[in-house]
Design a binder for this molecule. Sequence first.
Ligand SMILES: *Cc1c(COP(=O)(O)O)cnc(C)c1O
Length: 397
Amino acid sequence: MTSQKLNSFLEQNLQDLKDNGLYNEIDILDGPNGAEISIQGKKVINMSSNNYLGFSNDERLKVKANEATDIYGVGAGAVRTINGTQAIHEELETKLAQFKQTEAAVAFQSGFNSNMGAIPAVMTKNDAILSDELNHASIIDGCRLSGAKVIRVKHQDMDDLRAKAKEAVKSGQYEKVMYITDGVFSMDGDVAKLPEIVEIAEEFDLITYVDDAHGSGVMGKGAGTVKHFGLQDKVDLQMGTLSKAVGVVGGYVAGTQNLIDWLKVRARPFLFSTSLTPGASAAIIEAIDIMSNSTDEHDRLWDNGRYLKEGLKKLGFDIGASETPITPCIIGDEKLTQTFSKRLTEEGVYAKSIVFPTVPRGTGRVRNMPTAAHTKEQLDTVLAVYEKVGKELNVIQ
Ligand SMILES: *Cc1c(COP(=O)(O)O)cnc(C)c1O
């Protein structure tokens, strides 16, 4: 017999979601998550992945993953601190530190895990964390887990940051105060104002933490948003994912040797969850090598981003104020946004709708993620479909 309480809890809540149109049906891909995908036999142009550089299905990375699997096995066999640290993990961390131009780096099993590990390792209940209100869910959870007082800062509002930093520091209530922000915000494609943030941090002795999940591989010729601004020596923790532009899986934190030594003894996912697979580690190393030696993919990504933005703008769509290849197409009304996205898919373009509560009410959008792997012909098809659906639904004239 199973719990009656659990069963009724699940049934009721699932039904509520379904009644309110909030239950998410998951689409299943038949193959790789490339520029074109197949969903249960239907081929569509894919504008929804985070596979910015096309690395998730790159031959060079696949070869390295297979080689490492032959040498080290399919699994690491233990957590990092018991005996699950293989030479390939060390090599990966050395490579990450070089790429980020920091003294050291530590790899985690995911970006989510990196935030769950690193934030509570350095912040405690005696501290305060100033956090941009649009920060990623894993930052929010990591902050909560730390027990620190969390103070929400208005999105990208430097006056609000300065005022709240001043108040927190002057109160004398906290041992340490941190400011934590996404490097690139994935809903609008705007970039953290790091030069101003660093200035404010210096004024109030704030710890700075940048989650560059959407900036790595995209900003700073690949090395990220902190590198883009040349602030490698001014940001305390550079965190990111190895699953988006890098195309594989995993996360990292880069910083001083002391910081990394501390995370390796205190970050709980490092201590209590098995290491990255050897194959993933080797594929990531290859991705970093490729990014270090050439900006071909990076340049194609930005070129495709510009092309798509110009095309949508010319058609009369509102594409917001993105500073990166992320291209939101703002429709407004939630229902209309969902219909728009559904019609795009029927016409062969897969672009997900993003609505309240992920973004503010009335700013529903279809978000486009162009990648290095898209061809101009594919983008032209996307634009033609946007024109057709936009006119049909009276979003454009
Ligand atoms: C995607 C994302 C993460 C999580 O990274 P995973 O490697 O997918 O776990 C963390 N922070 C931000 C800002 C992200 O966009």
